[in-house]
Design a protein around this ligand. Structure first.
Ligand SMILES: [Zn+2]
Length: 392
């Protein structure tokens, strides 16, 4: 709970009135208190502090049973906006200089907070949703999605959110359906009786489940009461799901595409792809920004495009009917990644595509298309490899 209290916050209930000082009081420069505490209601105390560089809102004395939403990162949502300083040099009062921080009016900060708190408490009713600025900072990653954010919820609350509409519903449902489809079709996913290749078919099965499972869990529980730490763990699982597909799933395409190359070159390319996979796993799980996460898969893509080029020559292996699916597989996933990274189309219609048709929704659907084509390509290549195609 939020019992931390920096040393500059006093227990006394300073009025926060910026005019509360006596200009006759001192020979030194005048400094007005810029800290204050306020009791928003019986269960929540708030401290304010501001100076030239920083300002903060400290929430303490929270009755956790009544204000679950104030736990685990959510105070960030209640941080009050800094009152703009009008400083042009230090202001003066008579012949005394007033320190810059007197420009920070604690009374006003307190009233801003009260307003935010009442909106927020109302929004914490689980049937209501939050605006972006009421949501924790780590969930504010898309600047063009304005509303529809779920409040911080318990595990059960997150599960219950499956049954009402919010701005993650489409992301959850798209990959939940893909997961269910993959589960239902598992026995008929591959023509097992025709396949003579060891290990790879099982890797492919894992690759057709992993992205949906990781993504479904990530999107469903991203607002879990575990806060930012839990969010980062879930994000890692989402990324690992994508990595499994790109490693275990796409490796069959690399394997078949290089099957007709001279032995050394064939094993060299396969080995390099697996090395890039390891590098991508490390880079993606330790990435500190969304762009780092995206670019960590870049070498895998380039490598697959290289093998695709080999397929187009007489040295290329793989089933002839798989080629179109390999091209489509890459096309859908690259298009999805570009759409997601550029926040198109919601950047053209900010706040209008909060619930559906935003870039992440579109990317989710395109990823499904990509994996479907990957599956069709792999299915053909397994048959080709099982019939003894060019295995060195
Ligand atoms: Zn997603």
């Amino acid at each position: 709970m939020y019992n931390y209290k920096p040393s500059n916050i006093t227990d006394t209930n300073i009025s926060g009135n910026a005019t509360k000082f006596s200009p006759t009081n001192t020979n030194k420069d005048v400094e007005i208190p810029t800290v204050g505490t306020s009791s928003i209601n019986k269960d929540v105390n708030v401290g304010f502090s501001c100076d030239k560089e920083n300002y903060s809102t400290i929430i303490s004395g929270v009755n956790s049973s009544k204000h679950l939403h104030l736990q685990n990162g959510f105070p960030e949502a209640l941080t009050v906006d800094l009152i703009p300083a009008t400083r042009k040099g230090n202001p003066t009062f008579g012949n005394k200089t007033i320190f810059w921080k007197t420009a920070c009016n604690v009374r006003k900060l307190r009233s801003n907070f009260k307003e935010k708190f009442s909106n927020f408490s109302e929004a914490n009713d689980q049937s209501l949703l939050l605006r972006r600025d009421q949501s924790p900072i780590y969930l504010q990653f898309n600047p063009y999605i304005f509303k529809g954010y779920r409040p911080i919820l318990t595990t059960w609350g997150c599960i219950r959110s499956l049954f009402y509409l919010h701005n993650e519903t489409v992301n959850i449902v798209t990959h939940a359906l893909a997961l269910m489809y993959a589960l239902i079709c598992l026995p008929t996913l591959l023509p097992w009786h025709q396949i003579q290749i060891p290990v790879l078919p099982y890797c492919h099965v894992v690759a057709t489940f992993a992205p949906w499972l990781g993504s479904f869990i990530y999107h469903l529980f991203m607002n879990h009461e575990g806060g930012c730490k839990t969010y980062m763990k879930l994000l890692k699982w989402d990324i690992i799901g994508i990595w499994i597909t790109q490693t275990c799933g796409a490796f069959t395409t690399i394997y078949a595409g290089t099957a007709c190359l001279p032995l050394l070159l064939c094993y060299g390319v396969r080995f390099m792809y697996l090395m890039f996979c390891m590098k991508a796993l490390f880079a993606a799980t330790f990435a500190s920004s969304a762009w780092q996460r995206r670019t960590s898969f870049l070498f895998l893509l380039l490598m697959r495009l290289f093998v695709l080029c080999i397929r187009l020559t007489t040295f290329g292996g793989g089933h002839s009917q798989a080629l179109v699916h390999v091209i489509m597989q890459e096309m859908w996933s690259v298009t999805g990644a570009v759409i997601s990274a550029t926040h198109v189309p919601e950047r053209w219609l900010p706040g209008k595509l909060d619930i559906v048709f935003n870039s992440h929704n579109i990317m989710h659907v395109l990823v499904i298309f990509g994996v479907m084509h990957m599956h069709w390509a792999v299915e053909k290549d397994f048959t080709w490899l099982s019939e003894g195609g060019c295995i060195p």
